[in-house]
Design a protein around this ligand. Structure first.
Ligand SMILES: C[S@@+](CC[C@H](N)C(=O)[O-])C[C@H]1O[C@@H](n2cnc3c(N)ncnc32)[C@H](O)[C@@H]1O
Length: 337
């Protein structure tokens, strides 16, 4: 999808400089992979052109708390396409900048960006849903931390409202910043079911909630602390995403796809069998720890982290004995006419 988007933007607009942004880039190597993909695609396109190759300016965006130093160490090791011999002159000049700011704000001057990319970010909300605390200081989602079977319809509506507001704002801001003919490739966690209570993402966070509930029973976490904890995430269905894009009247939706991956990021197998539940549960628990560490530490304190990790890994291992756990991914390509 990224290759197609960059080819289309380049061949239809023939810009001298392309502005490309990776939103929610984090500190790992995914941005380097994204940048390499763009550069290789441009090299292929420039082979058949008599003009000077386009220059590329990449903006790597994340929240100001992101470890941009670590990120720049990984982009330093970027694998460049073969840059020796006759092909060397085809290699585009490229510049990489950091952009520390929430993407729920304007990030660029109007009509200046050619391609936006964002992977594994847009299921995170801008804040926790509001109004989940009643006037008597009862917490309306009790010891759930996301939408589970016992979550009330009021709480579900608060989550959905927050998703609609965030996603519509994101579309509006990016539309202002894109050039005409510019594109966005967005990949994020979604829900495999129109039923808001019943998706892989609900299953993931129900297991996280159960592990925290066990810590309450063991006296490691206070009950009230757990009851006041609600995750700022929402996994939408494809239907919900399509509806918001259509309602915005801002983009043409070139493609939207939903697919499944295994929750264990190192398991590429296609079947429903778990080969080694101890190893898989460790992979899943490490993934969850890297994603949730800052939220857990800021709400429950640093001391809870190791106990939570052990409890969660154990619950996941038990669950994997019964069934493999999947994730639902939504990938979409949008174009500004
Ligand atoms: C799971 S990581 C994804 C990292 C990388 N894009 C990848 O594909 O592996 C999600 C990232 O989104 C960032 N993020 C969440 N909300 C954001 C916001 N409002 N503005 C910018 N970045 C945000 C987080 O800080 C985190 O680094």
């Amino acid at each position: 999808m990224v290759e197609n988007a960059i080819k289309e933007v380049y061949t239809s607009l023939l810009p001298k400089t392309m502005i490309i942004a990776d939103l929610g880039c984090a500190a790992g190597s995914h941005s380097s992979h994204f940048i390499s993909t763009i550069i290789s695609t441009i090299v292929e396109l420039c082979k058949s052109s008599a003009d000077d190759c386009v220059e590329l300016q990449f903006f790597l965006n994340d929240l100001p708390s992101n470890d941009f130093n670590e990120l720049f160490r990984s982009t330093d090791k970027l694998k460049r396409p073969n840059s020796t011999g006759e092909m060397a002159h085809l290699l585009p000049l490229y510049y990489i900048m950091a952009l520390p700011e929430s993407y729920y704000n304007r990030l660029f001057p109007r009509e200046s960006v050619h391609l936006f990319h964002s992977s594994y970010c847009l299921h995170w909300r801008s804040q926790e849903p509001e109004g989940l605390e009643s006037w008597r200081k009862d917490y309306l989602n009790e010891d759930n931390i996301y939408i589970t079977k016992t979550t009330t319809s009021f709480v579900v509506k608060q989550y959905q409202k927050l998703f609609r507001n965030d996603f519509s704002l994101f579309l509006k801001l990016r539309h202002e910043e894109l050039v005409h003919g510019g594109q966005m490739v967005l990949i994020f966690l979604g829900r495999n079911n129109e039923d808001v209570y019943n998706g892989h993402i609900n299953q993931h966070f129900a297991l996280v909630a159960r592990s925290l509930q066990s810590l309450v029973l063991k006296g490691i976490v206070e009950k009230e602390k757990l009851e006041s904890f609600n995750l700022p995430v929402y996994g939408p269905s494809v239907g919900e995403v399509k509806e918001l894009v259509m309602q915005s009247h801002l983009f043409n939706m070139d493609l939207i796809k939903q697919f499944e991956t295994n929750w264990d990021p190192f398991d590429d197998s296609e079947g429903d069998d778990v080969e080694d539940s101890a190893r898989s549960s460790m992979n899943i628990a490490k993934l969850a720890r890297s994603l949730m560490k800052s939220l857990i530490v800021s709400h429950f304190g640093e001391t809870v982290l190791d106990a939570w990790f052990a409890e969660f890994r154990c619950l996941v291992a038990k669950h994997l004995e019964k069934e493999k756990i999947k994730s639902t991914i939504i990938a979409m390509s949008l174009k500004k006419e």
